[in-house]
Design a protein around this ligand. Structure first.
Ligand code: ATP
Ligand code: MG
Length: 661
């Protein structure tokens, strides 16, 4: 049995870059050749984007794979690179952050002001006894202090571990304990869905379970009542009173910068460790190249939360190292109404927008008329990250948000990769809807079969990275064995096959006839139907290509005749009638639509019309839970699930659908 993936869909639409963007692009087509000619020299040139206090002696030490060292011997300070040097260059008055609170309150933070806040926070952490190498947990809403706290840690060489502000006591305390953090930085609360949502009580309970915590720094955001312990200190009584002078010390390129846990889509989250010089080099380079950022004129907005890697690399380290002006938004996309995102784009004249497919599909579900009400003409580059973007969602994004003008960059990467790896370049690539296209200059990716052989164009298999890259994870925190087992033991030297180390990303992918890369979802989610390996993404995209469908998740469920059969959970678009007969008709039509689009092998056995899908807190669909439902099992780990009520709804619908069959 072959373990490679079927290639069922084909896409002929293609959109070349706008001529004016191409003519002024930060990175041009030559970069691919330059990087191919001498990959390490190419990365050295990218590292020169940063200010180093001591140059490196060796660009890459790969003598002890899979443990890489980049820019060995080099020294720099991350916060200096993200803040001080812009002020020193005379750009202190430039806005770093246009912050928009959910209730509509705003703050404007210039680079000069950011420098003061980061210096004060660095002084306070030092006074609290935090020294280089210590860990600091950050559990904050989307407020400027989140970026300040991260940069203050970086400035003094402390390792931050940001935990998403919606996580439970359990998730927070296990992350604090895993990292042995000394300090937690939090807030009284933040605004979510129109009301204050408390954070401090969760921290109080978590800290009671964490012996390592010595101090809790609390930002006052909502002004709600908080319980107080002798470990607690107000941010405004400490940080805001501290000296605004702080001299940044350099750290070695391999000094740890942060630990971040993966989203937990596939199971138990992993504490991913990133270091300093290589990480910042690639975050800075990709942010410049992939978004074509012009720091003097662009207004950039990444809608991710600071608790995810996207927030680390593309709210904090990438944009700030590049001196960008960005928008930061505290709240949800439907508060006070479903036009909130577009209102923000309109208000700040956002020119680069980076968001997730889950949000784009939600906006599709809400209807085209909503973005149509706003002036979105400032937009010039759109980005997507987090999941495969279905071709129809891509087209919707282009048409209703980009108004047919803007390129879309579908960026593939992971917490583990630290920065974007596979993406179009907006001034170079003629992008295809739904494809991440090709590895960036400097990055080596391939699709291989189960024998680790590169598949030909038109073939599907496993996505691998065949050369080390600067922002790669260095290990799983305190678990080198899991690091090797998870990423390096499937192919190449780590699997006893040759002497080349090959990183296995866990994702399926295919190469189309032109060699462009299409991400096909997790290999754990691949369905085996009558001996064919079918990806979830292709069937989901076929469903989403039907005008009645906004979002779909498919799983393989055990089936007596075909081994596995396809079960689809489908969210109809806002205006679609699904009651009674109409619902049954729609289901029939959708099954036939998939069979017609991809072939009869991909026809779902069963389609459920649902109103929500189980997602992680970062908005990714958790197919493993749907598989539990489809196979009538009790649910697996749900700690990273966004809303547990969704599962009850889906399970009860599933049971009633079964009894009708
Ligand atoms: P865990 O590893 O704990 O299961 P996770 O993989 O969801 O969690 P992240 O590191 O946040 O945690 O997500 C990375 C994954 O997201 C990738 O491996 C891939 O499956 C998916 N992904 C991200 N961007 C894209 C994209 N542009 N196209 C397709 N898939 C993407
Ligand atoms: Mg993962």
């Amino acid at each position: 049995m072959s373990e490679t993936l079927e290639n069922l869909s084909s896409e002929t639409r293609q959109f070349p870059p706008p001529a004016d963007l191409a003519a002024a692009a930060n990175v041009t087509a030559e970069a691919y050749q330059e990087a191919a000619d001498d990959r390490l020299a190419y990365w050295e040139r990218q590292a020169e984007r940063l200010s180093w206090t001591k140059p490196w002696d060796q660009v890459l030490d790969w003598s002890n794979p899979p443990f890489a060292k980049w820019f060995v011997g080099g020294e720099l300070n991350v916060a200096y690179n993200c803040v001080d040097r812009h002020v020193e260059a005379g750009n202190g008055d430039r806005v770093a952050i246009h912050w928009e609170g959910e209730p509509g309150d705003t703050r404007t933070v210039t680079y000069a002001e950011l420098l003061i806040s980061v210096s004060q926070a660095a002084n306070t952490l030092t006074e609290l006894g935090v020294v280089a190498g210590d860990r600091v947990a950050i559990y904050l809403p989307m407020i400027p202090e989140a970026a300040v706290a991260m940069l203050a840690c970086a400035r003094i060489g402390a390792t931050h571990s940001v935990v998403f502000g919606g996580f439970s006591v359990e998730a927070l305390s296990t992350r604090i304990n895993d990292a042995d953090a000394k300090v937690v930085i939090t807030a009284d609360g933040g605004y979510r869905r129109g009301k204050p949502s408390a954070l401090k009580p969760t921290v109080d309970e978590a800290v009671a379970r964490c012996a390592s915590i010595e101090h809790v720094l609390v930002v006052r955001r909502t002004g709600q009542e908080v319980a107080w312990t002798d470990k607690d200190k107000w941010w405004h009584e400490t940080v805001e009173q501290a000296s605004p002078e702080h001299k940044a010390q350099p750290f070695e390129a391999e000094h740890p910068l942060f630990i971040l846990y993966t989203s937990g889509t596939t199971g138990n989250p992993k504490g991913i460790l990133h270091t300093t010089g290589g990480y910042l080099t690639q975050a800075s380079y990709t942010h410049n190249a992939v978004f074509d950022l012009k720091p003097e004129t662009d207004v950039y907005w990444c809608t991710a939360d600071i608790g995810w890697v996207t927030g680390h690399s593309y709210i904090v380290y990438g944009p700030l190292s590049n001196g960008a002006t960005q928008v930061m938004y505290e709240g949800t996309p439907d508060t006070p109404d479903r036009g909130r995102f577009w209102q923000i784009v309109d208000k700040y004249k956002v020119s680069i927008l980076y968001t997730a497919p889950t949000l784009i599909r939600t906006m599709m579900k809400w209807g085209d008329d909503i973005p149509a009400k706003y002036d979105l003409s400032s937009l010039r580059v759109l980005g997507s990250v987090g999941e495969p973007i279905n071709p129809e969602a891509w087209m919707w994004y282009r048409e209703h948000v980009g108004r047919e003008r803007t390129p879309i960059v579908d960026t593939w990467w992971q917490t583990e990769t630290g920065a974007v790896m596979i993406s179009p370049l907006p001034g170079v690539t003629a992008a295809k809807p739904g494809s991440a296209m090709t590895a960036l200059p400097g990055i080596s990716a391939d699709v291989v079969d189960d024998q680790a052989e590169s598949v030909p164009n038109g073939g599907g298999g496993f996505l691998v990275l065949t050369e080390p890259w600067p922002s790669m994870l260095r290990t799983i925190w305190r678990d080198d064995k899991r690091f090797i087992d998870t990423y390096w033991s499937r192919f190449g030297a780590g699997a006893g096959n040759g002497d080349k180390w090959v990183y296995f990303a866990g994702d399926g992918a295919k190469k189309d006839e032109d060699g462009a890369l299409w991400l096909l979802g997790r290999v754990d989610d691949v369905m085996l139907i009558s001996g064919h390996n079918i990806s979830t993404t292709e069937v989901e995209s076929a469903l989403v290509s039907h005008p009645a469908v906004a979002e779909a998740a498919v799983v393989g469920a055990t089936d007596p005749t075909t081994g596995q059969a396809i079960v689809a959970f489908t969210i109809p678009r806002g205006n679609v009638v699904t009651e009674g007969e109409a619902g049954q008709e729609l289901i029939k039509e959708l099954r036939n639509h998939v069979a017609k689009t991809l072939g009869p092998i991909a026809k779902p056995r069963q389609i459920m019309l649902v109103t929500e899908l189980p997602k992680t807190r970062s908005g990714k669909i958790m197919r493993r839970l749907l598989r539990d439902v489809a196979e009538n099992r009790s649910l697996g780990d749900v700690t990273t699930l966004q809303d547990s009520a969704v599962m009850d709804l889906i399970s009860s619908g599933m049971n009633s659908a079964k009894s009708e069959d």
